[in-house]
Design a protein around this ligand. Structure first.
Ligand SMILES: [Fe+2]
Length: 145
C-alpha cells in the first residue's frame, strides 16, 4: 500500500507542476500567435487544475495525507520548474515532454493500483491517462514544423 500511496503523491505533485507551468505560459506567452497559444494554454491548465482536487481526494481514500506545499511538490514532482519565458513554440514543446512524464507517473500508479485490485482508482487513473494522451496529441500537432 505504501508504494501506491507514494506513487499517487508523485502523480499529484507532477500534475500540479504541469498545471502551474501551463498557467505560467498562458500568462506570459507573446508573439504573432498569442491568441491561439493563450487560449490553448488556458484550456490546458483549466482541465488539469480540475483534476488536482480529485487526485488529492483519492490519496485521502488511501488513508494517507495529500501533500500540498511548494516544498513537497518540488521534492516529488517529475517536472522541471519553469523560471524563464520561452517562445510559444518552445512552451508547447516543453509541455509536450512534461505531458509524457505525467503519463509515466500515472502509469506507475496504475500498475500499483492494479496489483492491489483498487478497481475504482484504476478506473480514475486510466481516465487521466486517456485525457493526457489527448493533450499529447494536441501539443504534438502544435509543435509540428
Ligand atoms: Fe487568463
Amino acid at each position: 500500500m505504501e508504494e501506491l500511496q507514494n506513487r499517487m503523491k508523485t502523480v499529484l505533485a507532477t500534475s500540479f507542476a504541469f498545471y502551474l507551468k501551463a498557467h505560467n505560459y498562458h500568462w506570459n506567452v507573446e508573439g504573432q500567435n498569442f491568441p491561439q497559444y493563450h487560449t490553448f494554454f488556458g484550456d490546458l491548465y483549466t482541465e488539469v487544475f480540475a483534476a488536482i482536487d480529485p487526485i488529492a481526494e483519492q490519496i485521502r481514500v488511501l488513508d494517507t495525507y495529500a501533500p500540498g506545499s511548494f516544498s513537497r511538490f518540488k521534492e516529488m514532482s517529475s517536472i522541471q520548474d519553469e523560471t524563464n519565458v520561452p517562445s510559444g513554440i518552445m512552451m508547447a514543446k516543453k509541455l509536450m515532454e512534461d505531458n509524457e512524464k505525467v503519463i509515466q507517473d500515472l502509469t506507475f500508479a496504475n500498475t500499483e493500483a492494479e496489483k492491489l485490485k483498487q478497481i475504482g482508482l484504476v478506473n480514475f487513473l486510466q481516465n487521466r491517462i486517456e485525457i493526457h494522451k489527448k493533450h499529447g496529441w494536441m501539443l504534438k500537432s502544435i509543435t509540428k514544423g
